[in-house]
Write a protein that binds this ligand. Structure first.
Ligand code: DX5
Ligand code: ZN
Length: 219
């Protein structure tokens, strides 16, 4: 079954507690950590991660859009974040960081930007809990879905990667069918679930329904 991870980037920051209480139908919470260097914006840090973990029963994952991710692994793992997703573009020492994440008791995952080929992760697949294929260039919520991500997901499967594939950016009920048909197993969605007047539960249900649908051409 497809897992759906709402991104708190689209939540009202002063209502995060109430938002978390409305996500009981989700499978996990996605926390977008940005440092103003790897990507231009600044968002959340360990301080909020700890509060989010304490406020939800759902597993929390941190998507580290930061330079020098090694500086933050320990504090995030201590905060109770279950999965740490680092960017391939942010480190030349992925193997060491993956080992470090496991040593800290969290699950290691790696993300690739649209311009980074998935083959660059190939040697590390056996060590990864999940691969995150970005379907926007990271930095902001609400961006248009990049259709090249569909081919990238399919390519990971063709190359023999059997683990979880998460897709992040521009996921909604129109784009989900194609990424799921290509082989994605986890969908991150920010603005579609939380940047709307619809209830999060109705949007999560709509995304689940769409995930089982046959894609009609390109989104
Ligand atoms: C983008 C972030 C995403 C973002 C997705 O840089 O990594 O997680 O919150 O937001 P939507 O679903 O609105 O594209
Ligand atoms: Zn993200």
């Amino acid at each position: 079954m497809i897992r759906i991870h709402p991104s708190l980037l689209s939540a009202d920051p002063l209502q995060i507690g109430q938002t978390l209480a409305q996500l009981s139908q989700a499978d996990g919470v996605h926390l977008d950590i940005m440092d103003g260097h790897f990507v231009p914006p600044l968002t959340f840090g360990t301080w909020l991660a700890k509060a989010v973990v304490a406020a939800t029963e759902l597993p929390v994952e941190a998507h580290l859009m930061v330079s020098n991710p090694e500086r933050h692994l320990e504090t995030l793992a201590e905060s109770g974040v279950r999965r740490l997703i680092i960017h391939q573009e942010a480190t030349g020492h992925a193997h060491r960081l993956i080992e470090e994440i496991r040593r800290l008791g969290a699950a290691p995952a790696m993300a690739v930007n649209p311009g980074t080929p998935v083959e660059t992760l190939r040697d590390l697949w056996p060590e990864l809990d999940l691969v995150l294929v970005m379907s926007v260039d990271p930095g902001w919520g609400g961006q248009a879905f990049w259709p090249g991500a569909i081919a990238k997901v399919a390519q990971l499967r063709q190359l023999g990667y059997h683990g979880d594939i998460e897709v992040d950016g521009g996921i909604d009920d129109r784009t989900a069918p194609a990424v799921v048909a290509a082989g994605a197993t986890v969908l991150v969605s920010g603005s579609y679930i939380l940047g709307t007047t619809k209830t999060p539960a109705s949007r999560i249900a709509a995304l689940r329904e769409a995930s089982g649908r046959t894609p009609k051409g390109r989104p």
